[in-house]
Structure formats: C-alpha cells, structure tokens
Design a protein around this ligand. Structure first.
Ligand code: PMP
Length: 455
C-alpha cells in the first residue's frame, strides 16, 4: 500500500489546537482524565461512527482505542442507540429501580462464572471500591493484597504502584514491595494494602504468610492489560485461588477491561479460574457509564442480608441499563464476536512484528484478543511489570501519537483496543500509518535514540 491509501489529516488542526487552549483556561491541563494527556497534539473529536472518528477540523481517523475499552462494537452502534433513545424518551432518572435491571442482572449471572448476585454502579473505580468493602464486610478483615502494575482505578488505596509517576515513597513494606502512591494528596494507605509481584508464586506465598489472618482480599487483573498484556504461567492463578480458599481470603478479579472483551464470561471464563468477586465496567454498556460487582452468594452475603448497603444516585440508572441490555443482547447474538476480535488483533500484532523485523527495530508486541500493548525495548519476551516499564516510552509515544498525521488515533503509551467492527482492511491501514509514523520518527530522531539494531 502507498501513503495515498492512508487517510491523511489534510485540513490542519487549528480547531483542535484552539479547543485545547481554550479548555486549558478552565480545566487544568485541558483534560479530565490523566490518560488523555499526550506528549504531542491533542485532537478534539466532533463525531464518531463505526471505527472512524472525525475531529473538529473535519479530519478523519481510524480509532484504535475505542474509548479505552467501552466500545466493543462500533461508535453509534444502531441497536444500542435505539435502546437508549427509547429510554431517554421515557425517563432518564427516577430515584427508583427500573424493571429492566433484572434482565441485565440475570444475563450477567448466567454468563459470569462467579456471579450469583450482582450490584451496579457507574465507573470501574467505584466498583472496585465496592468490591473491597464487600470483601472486608464478608471476612471481617481489613488488609488487601494487590499486585505491582495492575490498575484498579483512582480511589486512594488502589491508586498505588501502577504505571505512571509514583508520587512519593512511603513506609517500606514489611514484605513484598514498598507502597507507592500514584498521586500527591492521597491518604496514607500503607495500613490498608500489601503489594507484591504478580505471577510469582514465592512472592505471593511470602506476602500471604506475612499477613495471614489480616487479609480480606487479593485483587488482580486476571489478564494484566494495564501492566503489559500477558498471561500468568500455567498453574499460577489456580495456586492463588487455592491459597485464598484455604486461608478464607476473598479473591477479586478486576475485569473492568477483560469483562466482555476477553469473553462474555470475562477472563475468568477464558482462564477457567473462578474468583469470589469480580468487577466489570467499560464494555458492558457500550460506552454508557455502568459498572458492576458480581460475586458468589457467600461473598455477597453482607449485601444479601442487609448488613451492608450499596449506594449511588446514578447506580443502575435507566439509560445505562438500557444500553447494557442492548449491548449484552448484541453480544449474545454475535456468534463470531470473540473469534473475529482475536483474528483482528493477531492480524495487527503479526503485521507490526513483521514491520519491525523488516526494519530491524526493537518493537515488541504483546497481544491478547483485541488488546495490544506495544513496547520499544531491546529486551524480548516482556512478561513482567519491571521489564515492561523499563521500555522506551518516549519513542513509543512519538510513533503512536505520530499516526495522527496518517489518519489513525492511538493512545500515546502503545495500548491499542480494537473492536468487532474493524475489518482486515482497516488493520492494514493502521499498519500503513504505523510504518509511515515509525519511519518518520527514525528519520527525525535517528538510529542512536531509537536503538535501531538493538534487538
Ligand atoms: N480497573 C481496571 C482494570 C481499569 O482498566 C480501569 C480503568 N481503566 C479501572 C479499574 C477504573 O475504571 P474507571 O476509569 O471507570 O473508574
């Protein structure tokens, strides 16, 4: 393919640049979520349809991030929009439950292995907070074991030891890894959490032994999409499951990304390991704000018997529930959803790898289903947080953000999420844009910086 086949940003970016400057006068840094901060230009989108985004200047881009996960099908998916429009015409919020919530709840309980009971809220961070509270209530214990690099939202105890800039180093941990808040202004959470390495049986056993009867929960991304996108060694998750069961600790899978994306029963279905509790958000409602905590009847007992009450003005609001009902109906009726997303993801991963080997550049690609994580690293086989985070993020950002000029919108840290509506030809256009951006970066910053031939 030639450069002409790739949609080029032709009308300039004056509108986006002006929107960015204007927003920055009222909204700090011109963003409402830190992940939207880019090293280069920030586009402002006027509309989205299918897999295409159109910015305020009229430039069109193939989307490779799909709202950071919620858009499993396409932007403006007709069935979802129809359901939402119908609901909006009837009511938006009434301060009471809507009858349709049972349809969604029953479908999710049917699909998700750990789910016997379910509660809804609006964002992933809230669901994680609720799951931890349920686990503490169910066990009567207070400590939570988490894993370095896994992301669980921005609530204080969980906004720690994840990708990004550690804010400060607090009290060293007695076992495992020092607790590192990710933001200034956070509470001291060292008394609430223990941090250790994921996919390391020895580190896990040591952390559990050190805190034995204090641990209420172990929380993890069962596939750490935020820490590099790779799988645990065979037997690791089973080991964690067995230890949690034996020690009376609640195992929580944070399936905010993997839920409905890795499979309709989440990563727990794909991997064959069932937690006690699991959190979901993003893809469940096709872009509308809805999250959930699902769990076994035993884990959810404090809610079932009424000792613990869940709260939230927007919880299970009728519009998000209508969106979730339509999205889950679409998931149910799309028999090739996961096979197709896997083949789209592997087409892109293979294409990127062959681009890299043709140029002898140290581009590494981890891929599971529709999610890809790209790294610029001389090291191969990146399957742990330390090696993933030692990769060269500046070069990766320059290439990924640079695709904007060649008609592709991508996240600056090398994360890509594709959807069911991406066609093989779209993947080829992304590859073309990636090659153009890569070659430009190589020309501009040179072999020395990019570590060409370093692989
Ligand atoms: N858990 C995981 C695994 C996530 O990826 C995210 C968001 N990226 C969250 C929790 C927090 O979700 P939200 O941004 O909706 O609060």
């Amino acid at each position: 393919m030639s450069a002409e086949t790739v949609p080029q940003a032709s009308t300039g970016y004056a509108g986006s640049d002006a929107a960015f400057t204007r927003l920055g006068r009222s909204v700090p840094q011109s963003v409402n979520s830190g992940v939207r901060i880019r090293r280069g230009r920030t586009p402002f989108f006027a509309s989205a349809s299918g897999i295409m985004l159109t910015d305020v200047d009229g430039n069109r881009f193939i989307d490779t991030i799909m709202g950071y996960g919620p858009v499993l099908f396409g932007h403006g998916e007709p069935e979802i929009l129809r359901a939402v429009h119908e609901q909006i015409d009837r009511s938006v919020i009434c301060g009471a439950e809507s009858a349709r919530t049972a349809e969604v709840a029953e479908r999710l309980i049917d699909w998700i292995p750990c789910a016997e009971r379910i509660i809804f809220s609006s964002s992933g961070s809230e669901a994680v907070q609720a799951a931890l509270r349920v686990a503490r209530a169910a066990t009567g214990r207070h400590l939570v074991l988490r894993f370095e690099g896994h992301y669980h939202g921005w609530v204080d105890p969980m906004h720690t030891n994840a990708a990004g800039t550690p804010a400060q180093r607090r009290r060293p941990a007695a076992s495992g890894i020092d607790v590192q808040p990710n933001a200034i202004g956070q509470n001291d959470v060292t008394a609430q959490i223990v941090v250790t390495h994921w996919n390391d049986v020895g580190a896990f056993d040591a952390a559990v032994s050190a805190y034995a009867d204090e641990l209420a929960a172990v929380i993890m991304e069962p596939i750490p999409f935020n820490a590099g996108t790779y799988r645990a060694d065979p037997g690791y998750l089973e080991h964690v499951r067995e230890v949690c069961t034996r020690r009376g600790i609640m195992l929580i899978f944070d399936e905010v990304v993997s839920g409905f994306r890795a499979g309709r029963g989440g990563a727990q279905e794909l991997l064959g390991v069932t937690p006690d509790l699991a959190t979901f958000a993003k893809a469940v409602a096709g872009g509308f704000p809805l999250s959930a905590v699902a769990g076994s009847a035993a884990a959810m007992a404090p809610l079932v018997d009424g000792r613990l009450r869940h709260a939230g003005t927007y919880n299970a609001n009728p519009v998000s529930i209508a969106a979730a009902e339509a999205t889950t109906r679409l998931i149910a009726s799309t028999s090739d959803l996961y096979t197709r997303m896997e083949s789209t993801g592997s087409r892109l991963a293979e294409g990127l790898r062959s681009l890299a080997s043709g140029r002898e550049v140290p581009l590494r690609v981890n891929q599971i289903g529709s999610v890809l994580q790209l790294f610029w690293s001389a090291q191969g086989g990146l399957r742990d947080y330390a090696s993933c985070s030692s990769s060269n993020s500046a070069v990766m950002s320059a290439i990924c953000e640079g695709m904007l000029d060649f008609g592709v919108f991508s996240n600056g840290r090398g994360l890509m999420m594709l959807g069911y509506r991406h066609e093989p030809a779209d993947v080829d256009r992304v590859l073309e844009a990636f090659a153009l951006s890569l070659d430009r970066v190589l020309r501009e910053v040179g072999d020395a910086v990019c570590g060409v031939h370093a692989a």
